[in-house]
Design a protein around this ligand. Structure first.
Ligand code: ZN
Length: 397
């Protein structure tokens, strides 16, 4: 047990149990935290990152480092068929509750506008998107949809009120969760509703793709359906319906999510009715144990490979790379270059070493450590088939 630095984002208690510690090596200029304890609130049993990062640092990060700008690898733009299908299904489930096609709908954290585009295709035209990244805003506007740069906590009053506000894969990223939910109330007209979708922390253990994938620099809140209901209740919202779903985070990579439809009911707001989530903490402990086993297997591979060739190229500077550089033998490797396919990272530096575009790796003779499991197959395809590079490859799986 300890007293957390960050109060519980749902019940505001500070007594908590430390479940594990996470550390990261960050890109230079990266404003998010390089480590935190994952804790479980003693009062309501919500699981969250005890990080001191401020909401303004979060906003800065999503404005400057948004991986979602890259249509090719990021979700939320609907560029790939698996992502487009996910967004079409979500749009269909939302409009099932909105038979009148003249309703106003706001998507907060709209990324490249994929969900709004799916709603437009279903005949809804009074749509609006909000995203911290100016590039994402432009991409959304390209669909002929109104969109503005901004975050949940810096929303201009000129937007007015909406019949439906969407928070899809937003609340797991937010430092001040309750302020965000209160902010949404101001944007929702009387009788309106909110659609919330977040990763399902109670099922992380069933979908371990990369170790500790969900304990990253961006995901700092780990919801279950019970925790989400506690949040709604304490902020004056009534849960209309909720459930579990499976989405895809990359091709052939299923990922657990939960969703909830809320109606505003300010008179019901109460902090006295938190229902303790008795299951989440145990499920997260299972996830941690499984992730540790995976991490040890990766460490064995890295130790073996680096004994032969300490000089390597590291391909991928995403969440897993940040963790491997902090916590495994990769920190001892002589890294001659980083490579990343996402233009947002190219030209930036990691540990003083430049991040190159894939084509710039041509002619470099060193073995390549592929530090993404999620995108491993796609990266191998670029290396072997698109760029025709002969380098040895060290794969994590
Ligand atoms: Zn709590």
């Amino acid at each position: 047990m300890k007293v957390s630095v960050r109060t519980c984002p749902i019940c505001e208690a500070t007594e908590c149990e430390v479940l594990c510690k996470q550390t990261f090596v960050l890109l230079e200029g990266h404003p998010l935290s390089d480590g935190y304890d994952v804790v479980c609130c003693d009062r309501c049993r919500f699981v969250y990152a005890d990080t001191t990062i401020s909401q303004s640092d979060c906003d800065l990060f999503y404005a400057r480092f948004s991986k979602y700008e890259d249509n090719k690898t990021a979700t939320g733009g609907g560029e790939s068929s698996w992502d487009a299908e996910r967004l079409q299904k979500t749009a269909a489930s939302i409009v099932a509750k909105l038979p009148n096609k003249s309703v106003r709908i706001l998507d907060i954290g709209c990324a490249n506008g994929g969900l709004l585009k799916a709603l437009k295709d279903l005949g809804y035209s009074r749509l609006c998107g909000l995203d911290p990244s100016p590039v994402c805003v432009e991409n959304t506007q390209r669909f002929g949809i109104e969109a503005y740069p901004g975050s949940l906590l810096s929303i201009a009053d000129r937007l007015g009120q909406f019949d439906c506000v969407i928070l899809s894969h937003v609340l797991e990223h937010v430092q001040s969760v309750k302020s965000a939910v209160y902010g949404v109330a101001k944007l929702t007209r009387p009788g309106g509703m909110v659609y919330v979708e977040v990763p399902d922390a109670s099922r992380y253990a069933d979908f371990v793709t990369a170790p500790f994938q969900d304990f990253n620099t961006e995901h700092i809140n780990h919801f279950s359906l019970q925790c989400l209901a506690n949040l709604a209740q304490s902020c004056g919202w009534t849960v209309l319906s909720q459930g579990q779903k499976i989405i895809y985070s990359a091709i052939n990579m299923p990922y657990p999510a939960i969703y909830s439809f809320w109606a505003h009911n300010p008179s019901s707001a109460s902090d006295l009715q938190f229902v303790k989530d008795e299951e989440l903490c145990g499920r997260i402990k299972m996830y941690i144990a499984q992730s540790q086993i995976e991490m040890e297997a990766i460490e064995i591979r890295l130790v073996h490979a680096l004994q032969r060739t300490p000089e390597v190229i590291v391909w991928g500077t995403g969440q897993l790379a940040m963790k491997l550089l902090a916590e495994t033998s990769l920190r001892l490797a002589k890294i001659v270059a980083f490579v990343d396919g996402n233009p947002i990272n190219q030209g930036k530096r990691l540990q003083g070493i430049p991040i190159l575009a894939p084509a710039q790796a041509k002619g470099m003779q060193f073995p390549i450590v592929v530090t993404s499991i999620l995108h491993q197959d796609a990266i191998v395809d670029v290396i072997r088939n698109q760029l025709d590079l002969p380098n040895d490859m060290i794969l994590l799986r």
